[in-house]
Design a protein around this ligand. Structure first.
Ligand code: EPU
Length: 429
């Protein structure tokens, strides 16, 4: 088992380059299943545990996948085994993203039903309901979702709850369906826009991505295409907090500033100076720019944060902003509206001296003057990033165990922090 050891108190400086977005790369890789001919080339694919999981998933189905640096060449023409086994799905729920493409192209799928999750119940009922509305016959047997369809039919589908991967799954199902599909109350996340751009390159007819209503006219066949994965807005936000919490001065290169929704405004209100060094083009919502981050002269101020679907404040930045607010002046209330159990990091932060109480789906954060290093345990991906950030600011040594959570979504996190001057290392415990 590995641990991350941080000696707190170093001010970060220098520059860091943001990788491709995990939550964009995952649906893009699943979408390559839709190509009836040719090889897809995805560039700027981050080197992460979750990416390896989906690569294994597709390879097990018969896809040929080759990594060249940060690019993946994927050929799915020989896919014949439409299964996503429990062993892989249990390590990554986003494996469900293969369900829509498999049903659309092959008319069959056998995908393990994702089980419990550390951050909330996370059902996939809306994915299944939408596919059924498109004519798929779906049953759950022996822990597996078993789907069959002749050709999927276009349908008018309204999501009860905004779901990111649900929207992506149904988009990928609808591109090969017979007729027009309208997805209402669709998620508007930038990763959905990135997926639509790729699907269009493959020959799909999609309109309205990035709004609540996405209209897809099914086509007979899609072909392979090349695409560059958008930069990771959560990794960029995490490094912004790292700069702020360490009272450093950091240039974040390749930050998708225009796709960061409520994050930048909140960080500015808390007291960080966020300065775009290259102007962001209006039509380049998914493009990365260089951004300089440092604290303003007024220090850090507490405020309220409520997680919301995009363009609101993302739940995937909740743990990180909590750590910043733990050291801000005054009291902050953080409300988690997306996942019902995403406060596990609070109890670890308390061990480091943070004054945070959980009341239902809110956390009340009373700013303290300093944190003290302690042994802590990661409970999920974003919580683990939050704990490392706390360690950067804490006095003394923080040792975070269960590093595998971090490795799911941050490529070389401690290496990047070390290059910025952090005293951090990974050890075998
Ligand atoms: N929901 C349902 N039924 C469904 C689907 C979702 O009730 O069929 C509920 C969920 O339980 C949750 C809410 O809808 O309360 C929103 O969940 P959503 O489906 O949007 O989440 P997701 O698609 O499973 C993606 C990201 C998560 C991110 C959430 C919210 C990927 C691969 N994962 O998950 O990322 O937190 O959207 O923005 O895109 C992470 O990267 O750390 C991560 C957890």
């Amino acid at each position: 088992m590995e641990s991350i050891v941080v000696q707190g108190g170093r001010k970060l400086s220098g520059s860091v380059v943001i990788d491709g977005a995990k939550n964009s790369a995952l649906p893009l890789i699943a979408a390559t299943l839709l190509a009836a001919s040719g090889s897809c080339r995805l560039e700027n694919v981050p080197d992460l545990r979750d990416i390896n999981t989906i690569v294994h998933l597709l390879a097990g189905m018969g896809a040929a996948i080759e990594r060249q640096g940060s690019s993946l060449n994927i050929t799915t023409t020989a896919v014949e085994n439409c299964q996503a086994p429990y062993d892989l799905v249990k390590t990554m729920r986003a494996s469900i993203l293969v369900l829509g493409p498999l049903l659309a192209r092959f008319g069959q799928a056998r995908v393990s039903l994702p089980g419990g999750c550390a951050i909330g119940a996370r059902p996939v009922n809306l994915h299944i309901k939408g596919l059924e509305m498109m004519g798929a016959r779906i049953r759950v047997e022996h822990g597996y979702i078993i789907g069959q369809a002749e050709r999927l039919q276009g349908a008018d589908i309204s999501f009860d709850v905004t779901t990111v991967t649900g929207t992506e799954n149904l988009m990928m199902a609808a591109v090969l369906a017979d007729g027009v599909t309208v997805l209402r109350n669709a998620a508007r996340e930038p990763e959905i826009v990135d997926l639509a751009v790729f699907l269009r390159k493959m020959g799909a007819l999609i309109e309205g991505e990035g709004t609540h209503t996405i209209t897809i006219s099914g086509v007979e066949k899609l072909i392979a295409a090349n695409h560059q994965v958008m930069p990771d807005r959560i990794e960029a936000g995490t490094f912004m907090v790292a700069a702020g919490i360490s009272d450093g001065d950091v240039i974040i290169e390749n930050a998708p500033l225009a796709a960061m929704g409520g994050v930048v405004t909140k960080l500015q209100e808390i007291g960080l100076l966020v300065e775009a060094l290259a102007p962001s083009k209006e039509d380049a919502v998914l493009a990365g720019v260089a951004v300089r981050i440092r604290r303003g002269s007024a220090g850090l101020r507490g405020l309220d944060v409520k997680t919301m679907p995009y363009p609101g404040f993302p739940t995937d930045m909740q743990a990180q902003v909590m750590v910043l607010l733990a050291l801000a002046e005054g009291t902050s209330v953080i409300s988690e509206t997306i996942f019902e159990n995403r406060f596990m990091h609070v109890f670890e932060l308390q061990r480091m001296g943070a004054a945070i109480e959980v009341e239902g789906r809110s956390a009340i954060v009373r700013g303290v003057k300093g944190l003290s290093g302690a042994p802590v345990m990661a409970s999920d991906l974003r919580a683990s990033a939050g704990l490392v950030l706390a360690g950067l600011a804490a006095e003394g040594e923080t040792v975070m165990s269960r590093v595998y959570h971090l490795d799911r979504g941050y490529a070389g996190f401690e290496k990047k922090l070390k290059l910025l001057g952090a005293d951090i290392e990974r050890i075998k415990a």
